[in-house]
Design a protein around this ligand. Sequence first.
Ligand code: FES
Length: 175
Amino acid sequence: MKKFSEATKQQVQAYLELYPKREAALLPILHIAQKEFGFLDEEVELAVAELMDLSPVTVRETSMFYFMFHRHPIGKYHFQVCHNISCTLMGAETILDHLKNRLGIEDGQRTEDGLFSVERVECIACCDRGPAMLVNDQLHTDLTPQKLDDLIKKYDPKRKFEEPGKTEESRSDSR
Ligand code: FES
């Protein structure tokens, strides 16, 4: 089972003392656990349950309900693309396809260099400005393929994009 650092245990204790019921401290403590381990898998859930003296089922139900908790390692830049109705009508699937093509990964995967990951998520409350997504905790709206390319290049200036049938070299040859 995963072990929390002493500093984290003290933080957890402080949260437990803030609330009359232990369950009420679960959300902030899950955030602390995710910060410490990077994601919340079964081992981390068990460690949280033991530390808080809650049932593992209670911890699992809560961690699985919220999309901000991750069950596997994510990239340094985590793209969470809304695929609910308003964003879908505005082209969310095109945005997701473009991202997956550019990064060479599927939903729920991380690039080999650990830099990027992509996940489709439920509504992020920006329905009038879709397609919308979060990159870590930063909101991006009115997405277009060009905006995605600009963002990826901003986070990874050395990244090269391959067009179907063309390489970076062949494009520069034709200029
Ligand atoms: S439907 Fe996409 S933000 Fe609400």
